[in-house]
Design a protein around this ligand. Sequence first.
Ligand SMILES: Nc1ncnc2c1ncn2[C@@H]1O[C@H](COP(=O)(O)OP(=O)(O)OP(=O)(O)O)[C@@H](O)[C@H]1O
Ligand SMILES: [Mg+2]
Length: 300
Amino acid sequence: MARKISFLNYKGGVGKTSLIVNTAACLAKLGKRVLLFDFDTQSNSSIWLLRLERWNKINASGEGAFFSIFDPGRARVKDLVIKDVVEDKNGQKALPGLDLVPTTFNLVDLESEFEGDPKRPPYVVFQEQLAEIENNYDFILFDCPPNILRASQCGVFVSNEIYVPSNPDALSLIGFTLLVEKLGKFHQLSASFRTASMGVPAQVQGVIFNSIKTGVDIEVPKMRMQLRMNQFRTAKRVAANAKIFDTQIRDAMIVRRAVTLGLPVLLVSQEGPDAAAAGTSDNVVSDYRKLAQEIVRHTP
Ligand SMILES: Nc1ncnc2c1ncn2[C@@H]1O[C@H](COP(=O)(O)OP(=O)(O)OP(=O)(O)O)[C@@H](O)[C@H]1O
Ligand SMILES: [Mg+2]
């Protein structure tokens, strides 16, 4: 059965997209079958993995984008999967095993204009359609915006696990706290739509620290995060084995560069000049690899 994981924090810009794209790439490199959903109107992971030219075509027509399962509602999730999405400069498949369901700017309409059927919220429609393909994958990952509005709800409803990317600062801690609160509310709201086969609602399994600068001591923010995690565990508001992941991702210029190149960091590092320019490339790649392995080992 596929492990379904949402990366979520109520704080924006903490690294949800960069973590999920690079972890997904490392999982695929490990031979796992991975499907990534982009649930953020900003379309960051879609633009990253498709590059602008391919993404622009989808954005112009809306065809092939996630919102099309709701409006006009003729497409199904299985029609939207872009197999082996990553291509090199020559248009050759560069990373077998990593598939993408892209989004475009029209996803914003899901939050406002879309009315749908009140008896079947968007997350129920999505859950039914995902069931048709989920057995094709080992990991299904959801890149969410910093909220639990309708698009994120699709990921949260079907997920078994939630990971919280964080920076070592007070605002990430606030984002984590707010997330746990809103998650509890959403699980209550959606409880009557759950079926037995879905298992229990997803809880926070861990916090992943991202963008850690060399020489900066993060012990104090880490301790504060750990204290909050302990409080939530005692109150049973996060998973019983929820933790701060051992692996943390260092701050490295190549992460930002990789977006421009339209490649996961793992593949940029194979390109000599960029790797050399970024200096620490190998190290940050090894962080992402370690994180992927830690996620594989983690049992919810
Ligand atoms: N380890 C890192 N080293 C250097 N820069 C990073 C790292 N991780 C993320 N960044 C940069 O930080 C910025 C925010 O990252 P990202 O887009 O992944 O965050 P996000 O949480 O998905 O944001 P949003 O809430 O807008 O979706 C980006 O410019 C990204 O390139
Ligand atoms: Mg993002």
